[in-house]
Ligand binder design. Structure first.
Ligand code: CTP
Ligand code: CA
Length: 226
């Protein structure tokens, strides 16, 4: 399944996809993390590959099989994910960051299991580096950068804010308004917003169908540049 034998609109393009949660260690047996199955990012990686791209998937801990033909790099923490994505981004024509990265990480990691003592317990946290914003600041003219936004309220305004702050070409807003959509299930309801603040809202679909919609958008966006 060499790239040269595959024919598709993304032939010869290199793609980077981040997926899944990150786990931030508290001690050897505990972590802080987000809910995320990784299904959305894995579906995007698979779809990009099927369209002819050479795909690197930087994945946090998930229980999913590696999509056929995709190069997978496993990471655990936000710091590991930043390092792996930074390297791959330098080569990437298309980057889609769908990972649910932890926003905070413990200030210190205990080297032994913390034993329970008092009735209350506090963990000091510090902010992680925003991977997507870091890549956005480095983005070159030929590179296409796509982010996600997960919001519970003020959806559109928040998503547009992230699009601009992180220097994205477009952002995929994952709507949590629909009970059936979200991290646990197999379906998502998305709105894609581009740099001109044009919006396209899609009906509730399977994550595989959503991946196809996102890839169609990527192909169109690349087409406008040629
Ligand atoms: N993201 C990232 N690195 C981080 C945090 C977020 O790369 N440390 C990326 C996510 O992969 C996603 C986008 O940024 O593509 C938006 O993530 P989200 O959690 O919705 O937004 P934040 O900017 O973290 O803001 P907040 O959680 O406060 O809404
Ligand atoms: Ca966040």
């Amino acid at each position: 399944d060499a790239a040269s034998e595959r024919k598709g609109p993304l032939n010869g393009k290199k793609a980077l996809v981040s997926a899944g949660p990150t786990h931030e260690a508290i001690d050897p047996v505990r972590f802080i993390g987000n809910h995320s199955s990784g299904k959305m990012g894995y579906a995007i990686a698979e779809a990009l590959h099927q369209l002819g791209a050479d795909v690197t998937l930087v994945s946090g801990p998930t229980s999913l099989p590696t999509p056929n033909g995709v190069k997978r790099i496993d990471v655990v923490s936000a710091k590991d994910m930043l390092d792996a994505c930074s390297l791959a981004f330098a080569e990437a024509d298309i980057t889609v960051m769908s990972a649910a990265v932890a926003d905070y990480t413990p200030e210190t990691v205990a080297d032994r299991k913390i034993k329970k003592k008092d009735t209350h317990f506090t963990i000091a946290l510090k902010k992680t580096t925003d991977i997507l914003a870091t890549l956005g600041a480095r983005k070159q003219a030929h590179q296409l950068l796509v982010g996600f936004a997960l919001e519970t309220d003020n959806e559109l305004a928040n998503a547009v804010g992230k699009l601009e702050k992180k220097n994205l070409d477009f952002i995929v807003l994952n709507s949590m308004q629909d009970k059936e959509a979200g991290f646990a299930g197999d379906r998502n309801k998305i709105t894609i917003i581009d740099r001109n603040h044009q919006q396209v809202t899609f009906p509730l679909k399977t994550k595989k169908e959503v991946a196809t919609d996102i890839c169609d958008f990527i192909i169109k966006a690349l087409g406008f540049r040629q």
